[in-house]
Write a protein that binds this ligand. Structure first.
Ligand code: ZN
Length: 125
């Protein structure tokens, strides 16, 4: 199950980052998820509750920030947000696009712990 292993890896990387804050408790984890990462938020929230039990993340909130698919359209010369993941065509000119700029993200954006806030670029789910 995709969401369960994702939840487990979130717990793992967050626990790792907590190493610098002994005794710190996690209040909130913000996750960036691209539309193409195929994550079901309901299932992930459920698995997160299970995976965090008995860890420093127990009782914390998981905020899922869903990012739409963005392609670069050569025809239009700009980045275009796609309406959905079914069609990889520019929503402005209708030309097929292959230059993916956003949509596959699956990473931890920020953590909030009771010691303050850590912003992190290197922690990945
Ligand atoms: Zn276009």
């Amino acid at each position: 199950m995709h969401e369960l292993s994702l939840a487990a890896s979130i717990v793992e990387s967050v626990t790792e980052s907590l190493g610098a804050y002994p005794g710190g408790r996690v209040l909130e984890v913000r996750l960036k998820v691209g539309a193409l990462a195929a994550v079901a938020e309901d299932a992930l929230q459920f698995c997160y509750g299970v995976a965090t039990e008995g860890t420093a993340l127990a009782g914390s909130r998981l905020i899922v920030n869903l990012l739409p698919v963005v392609m670069h359209c050569e025809q239009c010369g700009r980045d275009v947000e796609l309406a959905g993941v079914q069609s990889f065509r520019c929503s402005l000119c209708g030309k097929p696009c292959f230059d993916l700029r956003q949509g596959r993200e699956l990473e931890i954006e920020a953590l909030e712990i009771d010691e303050g806030e850590i912003h992190t670029d290197q922690v990945r789910a």
